[in-house]
Design a protein around this ligand. Structure first.
Ligand SMILES: [Zn+2]
Length: 297
């Protein structure tokens, strides 16, 4: 049986449309690298622990987005090296959180240039607390609003999840990595200390909706399931809808002069679809953070 036929047969048995092939066959075919998924020719993702890594191999340029943690960055590199043994031209960092960039240390010797938004580089230096042998390795080059090279267009569209979130758009395949600007179907982490703001996050998502079309595919840092790590503009709208409902809810509590002692009793935000908790207490933390933002604390 040819491999393509085998895949079709597997899909029929497993109801295929729901379960992506790669997750099924990664253990069946030894040449498949666990976690390393191709989403377009020469372009793919790597999901293990922490924010989703994206990569592209082209004749002109090899690029990687984010690096997770040192141990998972090494696993990624081991798999990636089977696809290309050339030096990586650019490693882009979507933002400064450790689950996205602490693997920079491992990728560094294989990368020509690490690039991030200027605020991302600054906040890595301010907030990174090296421990467990993790070294701080931050950008060689930074940009402030836009950065363009060949098929890659990078934007900073304002404060959101942090104060330095980049959107990396591969225009040749109309696919953009949104970093943690969208937590797809899960409650987000909001980081006011790292420059994040719910109000401005909503505005930034509006800008994304204006800039990208219905045909654009997005890659997300975190999602409720591996299949949800990619999506379309609908996921961006849902994220904005959730944040708007969260902020409205916090405003209502604040206006009524209610104290927030009962935040853990809240099971969902009125007007928003329920999301999964990546960590217990994520919704409670969202409400408390929103309340503080509304109250100006
Ligand atoms: Zn993050």
């Amino acid at each position: 049986m040819k491999r393509s036929e085998f895949l079709r047969a597997s899909a029929l048995i497993l109801g295929g449309t729901i379960i992506p092939f790669r997750r099924i066959n990664s253990n069946i075919f030894p040449d498949e690298i666990p976690g390393l998924t191709e989403i377009a020719p020469g372009t793919g993702m790597y999901a293990e622990r922490g924010g989703t890594i994206m990569w592209q191999i082209r004749d002109e340029m090899i690029t990687v987005i984010d690096s997770q943690f040192p141990d998972t960055a090494q696993n990624f590199l081991n798999g990636f090296r089977k696809k290309s043994d050339k030096e990586i031209d650019y490693l882009f960092n979507t933002h400064h959180h450790r689950d996205h960039v602490s693997g920079n240390e491992v990728l560094r010797p294989h990368v020509k240039v690490i690039l991030s938004h200027e605020n991302c580089a600054r906040m890595q230096k301010e907030t990174f607390n090296p421990d467990g042998g993790v070294k701080l390795v931050t950008a060689d080059e930074t940009y402030s609003k836009e950065w363009v090279k060949e098929n890659i267009h990078i934007y900073y569209l304002g404060k959101a999840h942090t104060g330095g979130d980049s959107i990396i758009h591969y225009t040749d395949i109309d696919t953009a990595h949104l970093g943690d600007l969208v937590f797809n179907k899960v409650y987000p982490f909001i980081d006011p200390k790292g420059g994040g703001s719910i109000k401005e996050w909503i505005e930034t998502l509006e800008r994304i909706e204006k800039k990208f079309g219905k045909s654009t595919r997005f890659v997300f840092g975190h999602a409720a399931s591996p299949a949800d790590l990619t999506g379309d503009i609908q996921s961006v709208k849902e994220m904005r809808g959730y944040l708007s409902a969260l902020l409205d809810y916090a405003k209502m509590i604040h206006k009524q002069g209610r104290v927030l002692a009962d935040a853990s009793a809240v099971l969902y935000i009125p007007g928003a679809a329920e999301r999964k908790e990546m960590r217990a207490g994520a919704l409670k933390l969202n409400i408390e953070t929103a309340y503080k933002e509304v109250a100006g604390e």
